[in-house]
Design a protein around this ligand. Structure first.
Ligand SMILES: Nc1nc2c(c(=O)[nH]1)N[C@H]1C(S)=C(S)[C@@H](COP(=O)(O)OP(=O)(O)OC[C@H]3O[C@@H](n4cnc5c(=O)[nH]c(N)nc54)[C@H](O)[C@@H]3O)O[C@H]1N2
Ligand SMILES: Nc1nc2c(c(=O)[nH]1)N[C@H]1C(S)=C(S)[C@@H](COP(=O)(O)OP(=O)(O)OC[C@H]3O[C@@H](n4cnc5c(=O)[nH]c(N)nc54)[C@H](O)[C@@H]3O)O[C@H]1N2
Ligand code: SF4
Ligand SMILES: [Mo]
Length: 713
């Protein structure tokens, strides 16, 4: 007799997670994932990563039991232990270090936003450690900080048509989610649809992306100079009188100062910096200002830059000058669904558990933080402190959902910290990774098909239901693990829930629904209201949109937007550029991999088998490089190997390299992580943005040359 077939509606999370999907089951087995055509948030969209979910679920290399190190660090000798043993040992070690040295001697590290963040941040706060290490300085948080400070909340592109209007003009600024699938709670499929409907499209990208090919204006910017372009656009809009008078007059402060400040930033000033001709800058500014509504989709390209906060402020100012804030088809402040606890730290500053931090630990005395806009600890600063012991040496660490050896800069320092200096490291993971290989305890985590959830990480106008349909080995949802650990450490005040299910019920408590009822509905939507600022003002000190930022000023930062040239560039360091004549941008997303993930998943790896660096054909020819050749990419810090892909949609002196490459098939201890890891190319030479600690991952200097095939190479 055949197995019973059924379909479960759920929500994918092979990336940050935004799409509603149908999980096709045969008996207890997940056989296929398809997009859910009835979903209002993703309307049937599915990318290759989502489709590969069953391959991850059933992958033979998955971690399925807790492991304790049995040999030397990195020797790949492990002993299977029970969850009880693992949790007892972790609790015992963390508590002992807290008693002996202080709670700040235990650090928590998490990578990009994933559901567990609502508990890792809370756990760090409850335990009392300020040392929460995250990649926020180069991803998303600079935009969140700029938005919070300038207008109270992060504006999001309104492409769903709730207000009865589609965007007439769309700006796609350093973002490529129609290719990668999704970011920041936006679905690439929905953007594709909106692009087709929009009259005009402006793309700001050094690479000719798909939307750039079809755009009204493609501004092929020199990497790292977005801040200059933004200032010039502001200049044109103000000097040509293209502003939305009503919005600017009634709902903003500091227009006079901005207009004065912006005078020198002409298109002629910006052209040699950005390499965009002044007339193109003017034309794009006029298009953006003339069409209404216009929205702007921004991405991580401006985050990993020398002045990310200032650039984000400029991009907010452009939206405000043109009156595109909180209007149908513009950039809106979503109204979340009623009755659902906003557990996302991006929505509610209370929910991150800050209230549990002991008052004496809020100050900066014991933190390793040093940047005024930092909400978590700057990774390069952190890892160096572990190696040098300056100002003190953290003793234990819990790395949950992060692969710092691949995703962070200074990986050789990180390796040394993990191998030689940390006394006790726990890693929660799906697979053994180069990072997990250096841990003392490895915990197996549940992937999305193995967990129930109320999904509202980046989703703003809706929450989605995710359903547990499978269970491999002894994997557990990370939040279940954190709850169990919190109990052992006496942190019930911060974690009052009996178990993970009780937590989900609490999240829905005021909605009048149980998790099962919610799960049947699949989605809960907020009721969108536009122009809320007309009634409530903006959540800023002045109650208005702040062109002139009072909070920036109070923090000692420039209250009006600025541009800073990256420290390594043909303009700022011409001598270095003689030796390293190419501009290197890294980390443009692969469609099939999520950062360092997916390299062991066959269907995905087939689509992108090797690490790729895009090179202009003329440059390749002059260097004797052919399509598919292995080349060295060398910076002042190090060199790595990738395969050249010839692409005439990039400037001749710019190359774009994929990030986070390792080779699971090569096995422990290193899994080939030192061969093609782009983050080996970044060190201290470029310095850090003094406001956020950001690193210029999108604009550095390099040279490339062909790998001579010898026996050793
Ligand atoms: N050079 C360069 N470096 C970059 C970037 C760049 O553009 N250029 N981008 C930066 C950006 S924007 C980001 S956000 C960071 C991302 O950095 P990371 O977050 O470290 O990246 P990932 O490789 O996606 O995730 C790390 C690990 O988390 C595991 N994982 C996934 N989901 C879960 C889960 O639910 N539980 C647990 N326990 N583990 C899970 C995966 O198996 C993976 O090994 O990288 C940054 N690094
Ligand atoms: N498939 C897939 N999806 C992902 C991820 C993934 O790894 N794979 N990662 C997730 C994460 S953590 C993030 S943060 C988001 C990031 O997603 P996005 O914000 O879309 O960022 P990227 O794809 O990294 O880069 C977008 C564009 O920026 C361009 N770019 C490079 N340098 C510059 C520059 O200096 N200025 C400008 N204006 N543009 C530049 C690149 O050419 C690229 O086309 O995606 C998320 N979604
Ligand atoms: S974009 Fe993300 S949520 Fe959507 S199908 Fe792809 S991996 Fe899943
Ligand atoms: Mo990110």
């Amino acid at each position: 007799m055949g197995k019973v077939k059924r379909i479960v509606r759920s929500a994918c999370r092979m990336c940050h997670g935004v799409c509603q999907v149908l999980v096709h089951m045969e008996g207890e087995r997940v056989v296929r994932i398809t997009g859910d055509p009835e979903s209002p948030i993703s309307r049937g969209y599915l990318c290759p990563k989502g489709a590969a979910s069953p391959e991850l679920l059933y992958h033979p290399d998955r971690l399925i039991y807790p492991l304790r190190r049995a040999g030397k660090r990195g020797e790949n000798k492990w002993k299977r232990i029970s969850w009880e043993e693992a949790l007892d040992e972790i609790a015992h070690r963390f508590a002992a270090i807290k008693a002996e040295s202080g709670s700040e001697y235990v650090a928590i590290c998490q990578g990009t936003g994933r559901p567990l963040i609502e508990f890792t941040v809370r756990f760090a706060n409850a335990f009392g450690t300020p040392n929460f290490v995250s990649v926020g300085h180069v991803c998303y948080l600079p935009r969140v900080a700029a938005s919070k400070i300038t207008m109270g909340q992060l504006p999001v592109t309104d492409v769903y048509g709730f207000g009865g209007k589609d965007p007439e003009c769309m700006v796609i600024w350093g973002c490529n989610i129609t290719h990668s699938g999704s970011a920041d709670g936006m679905c690439g499929g929905m953007i594709e649809r909106a692009l087709k409907r929009a009259g005009k499209v402006i793309v700001v990208d050094p690479r000719r992306t798909k939307p750039a090919t079809d755009a009204t204006h493609w501004l092929q910017i020199r990497p790292g100079t977005d801040g200059a372009l933004a200032l010039a656009l502001i200049h044109v809009i103000i000097t040509e009188g293209l502003i939305d008078q009503d919005f600017v007059h009634h709902y903003t402060v500091g227009y006079e100062q901005l207009a004065e400040h912006i005078k020198p930033f002409t298109p002629e000033w910006a052209a040699p910096i950005t390499r965009i001709p002044p007339e193109e800058i003017r034309a794009a500014a006029r298009t953006y200002a003339a069409l209404s509504p216009a929205c702007m989709l921004w991405g991580s390209a401006t985050d990993a830059s020398a002045s990310n906060y200032q650039t984000a402020r400029s991009l907010l100012i452009l939206r405000a000058l043109t009156g595109n804030i909180d209007c149908p088809g513009g950039d809106v402040l979503w109204v979340p669904p009623k009755g659902v606890q906003q557990k996302s730290i991006f929505m509610s500053y209370e929910q991150d558990g800050a209230q549990f931090l002991p008052p004496d630990k809020i100050g900066r005395a014991v933190t390793l933080g040093k940047y005024p806009l930092e909400r978590s600890i700057h990774p390069p600063t952190f890892w160096k402190s572990v190696v040098t012991g300056d100002p003190y040496r953290v003793r234990a660490m819990w790395i949950a959902a992060c692969n710092p050896l691949l995703s962070q800069t200074h990986p050789l320092v990180i390796e040394k910290a993990l191998r030689d200096h940390l006394e006790f490291t726990v890693v929660s993971e799906f697979f053994m990774t180069p990072t997990a290989a250096l841990a003392d305890i490895v915990l197996p985590s549940a992937m999305w098909l193995e967990t129930d959830d109320v999904v509202n990480l980046h989703k703003i106008w809706c929450v989605l239901a995710r359903k547990k349909v499978a269970q491999i080995g002894e994997v557990r949802d990370d939040r279940e693990v954190i709850l169990a650990l919190a109990k052992r450490l006496g942190l019930e005040a911060a974690f009052p829930w009996e178990d993970y299910r009780a937590y989900l019920e609490w999240v829905l408590r005021d909605s009048g629904m149980t998790f099962d009822e919610f799960s049947d509905r699949g989605i809960l939507q907020g009721e969108m209201r536009y122009y809320k600022y007309k009634v409530n003002g903006f959540d800023t000190p002045s109650g208005k949109f702040e062109f002139y930022s009072s909070i920036s000023e109070a923090l000692g930062l420039s209250p009006l937007p600025q541009y800073r040239e990256p420290a390594l560039s043909p303009l700022s360091s011409p001598q270095a550029a003689e030796q390293y004549p190419l501009i290197l941008t890294t980390g443009a997303r692969s469609r099939v991999f999520f950062v360092s993930e997916g390299r062991q998943i066959d269907s995905l790896r087939k689509a992108n088998p090797d690490p790729i660096v895009e090179v202009h054909p003329a440059t390749a020819q002059s260097l004797g490089i052919a399509e598919g050749d292995w080349v060295w990419i060398e910076t002042m810090e190090n060199r790595i190997k990738m395969r050249a892909k010839l692409f005439d949609g990039i400037a001749p002196d710019v190359v774009s390299a994929q990030h986070a490459w390792w080779f699971p098939e090569e096995g422990p201890p290193e899994y080939g992580w030192k061969r093609s890891n782009v983050n080996l190319l970044f060190g201290d030479t470029a310095g850090y943005d003094f406001e956020t600690g950001s690193e210029c991952l999108r604009s550095s200097l390099c040279k490339i040359y062909k790998v001579e095939m010898t026996m050793n190479s």
